[in-house]
Design a protein around this ligand. Sequence first.
Ligand code: FES
Ligand SMILES: [Fe+2]
Length: 349
Amino acid sequence: MFIRNAWYIAAWAHEVGDKPLGRRICDEPVVLFRDRAGKIGALIDKCCHRGTPLAIGKVVEQGLECGYHGLIFDATGKCVVIPGQDHIPEKAFVRSYPIVEKDECAWIWMGDPARADPALIIDYPWHNDHKKWPHKHALYHIEGSAMLMIDNLMDLTHLGYVHGSTIGGNPAAHVDAKMETTRNENGLRYVRWMLNSVPPPTYSKAVGFTGRVDRWQDFEFKAPSSIIQWSGALEVGKGAQESETREGGFSLRILHSLTPETETTCHYFWSTANGYRQDDPAATEQLYSEIAAAFLEDQAVVAAQQRRLSELGDADVVDIVSDAARIHMRRVMDRLAAQDRSPAQHAAE
Ligand code: FES
Ligand SMILES: [Fe+2]
């Protein structure tokens, strides 16, 4: 079951170029392409002539050309060329999906097009600030559901266990972290403070911390797919908790966005932004590769978890204290899923 009436990242904007890109989203085959005017189109990946995937075609002057008999579709899905005939039948079109390019992402709406309001797309302005937040984009394929990946990001007590050698550091620091949570209708925000703690290896490597630090992790979940993260540390005594900008130590931003591929797999879009040595491309690169290594650890643990849950179900799993944020997230998701299924709700909105 997917929440379809929502915006998901279909691709990083830079992935959509002059070659069609096929991607399964909410278990539907979608093809993305950029027309010659620079506009992104998102169509169902099935030609209306003989059903061939359009992703094996090519982008031409008038739109996307099917690789079998050359029908051409524009970004709205309308067939605009049929080789060898002038008349284009009315039924010659393919389904198109609302798609919006914003903050270096291509956002797709898989539900009712009439409800696709671009104002509902989250803001991620740091992607547009290359000077203050130099960053890199990545995409991991996860052999686990989007929900399990969001669970993972809602319970950071896993850091000390899954990521001990990378971003995690000491497990006790995570379990004892002070957590402030604010809940709202469409998500939640939590800030974890690990005061007077030993910095993890990644942080020390990045800015050369020698002593203890006040470390924060600020996570904002925006249903149904995105988590906006701001993490960092300042040396103890530098006023991390009082400062708004928390400059002068280590600071990074990560966008995590999970797009369902199937019920048990997802696309994990993430970007890392360097907010501590902005003029040093090697630092941006190093941050990215450290995080890339850490997220491979999540990829492995969530895939293993999905395999077991697919085999044995989740009816008997138990919640513990550290699941509080995750439980609120699941409530928000359940409500959205119920609204998504209810036509009466649509009419009432
Ligand atoms: S199947 Fe696409 S043109 Fe024939
Ligand atoms: Fe993780």
